[in-house]
Design a protein around this ligand. Structure first.
Ligand code: URA
Length: 204
């Protein structure tokens, strides 16, 4: 069994926190296991819980529209959430729920190994950069380990507050350039065996 399927099964059978008691389905995530871009939202909502698939409700429609505008499709990317089970009445996930679910996301990041992680909203952003405001950070890529973190407002924020929609659209429009930049940087990086003599030469 692949590591991915094993993880998927662990998530769908998880009872590590109270959210498991109220769920219809856990929502592990979906998309390409080789994706260069991973989108991380907050938590499943009604439709996601019903069908076991991420971002298929209103916010998901907006996400699909934005992806289409930049020529991307769900199957080209990987989409998941901070917590894999729906919080009651769509309340914010609690700290203990976020921390008991975190190892699953960590493992997804390890398996999929994306080059860019798009944080949809403050919960996802705070996994990588705790304590910083998404309103200030949005649209500005950051380095985290060897991954570019690209924070933006959650699409649901654009539905509740249409004033935020232009910012979301702008941040999406800038995503292809970031992906291109990251791909180019990876291509021009010397292979480790080529880099070694250069590093050694500093000590000659
Ligand atoms: N909002 C999220 O953060 N995730 C979903 O899967 C759906 C809505």
């Amino acid at each position: 069994m692949s590591e991915y399927i094993e993880l998927y099964q662990q998530i769908t059978g998880c009872t590590a926190c109270g959210l498991s008691e109220g769920r219809t389905n856990a929502v592990p995530g979906e998309g390409s296991q080789d994706a260069d871009i991973m989108f991380i939202g907050e938590a499943p909502g009604y439709y996601e819980d019903r069908d076991g698939r991420p971002f298929i409700g209103q916010a998901g429609k907006l996400l699909d529209e934005m992806l289409a505008k930049i020529g991307l499709d769900r199957k080209d990317v990987y989409v998941t959430n901070m917590v894999k089970c729906r919080p009651p009445k769509n309340r914010d996930p609690l700290l203990e729920e976020l921390s008991s679910c975190a190892p699953y996301l960590d493992k997804q990041i390890e398996i999929i190994s994306p080059r860019v992680i798009v944080c949809l909203g403050r919960f996802s952003f705070s996994k990588f950069f705790p304590g910083e405001a998404i309103s200030k950070a949005r649209g500005k890529p950051r380095d985290w380990r060897n991954i570019k973190i690209y924070p933006m407002y959650h699409p649901a924020a654009g539905l509740h507050n249409p004033g935020l929609k232009p910012a979301i659209e702008k941040d999406f429009r800038n995503l292809p350039a970031l992906i291109e930049q990251v791909n180019q940087a990876t291509q021009t990086e010397p292979a480790p065996e080529q880099a070694l003599p250069k590093q050694l030469s500093m000590f000659e």
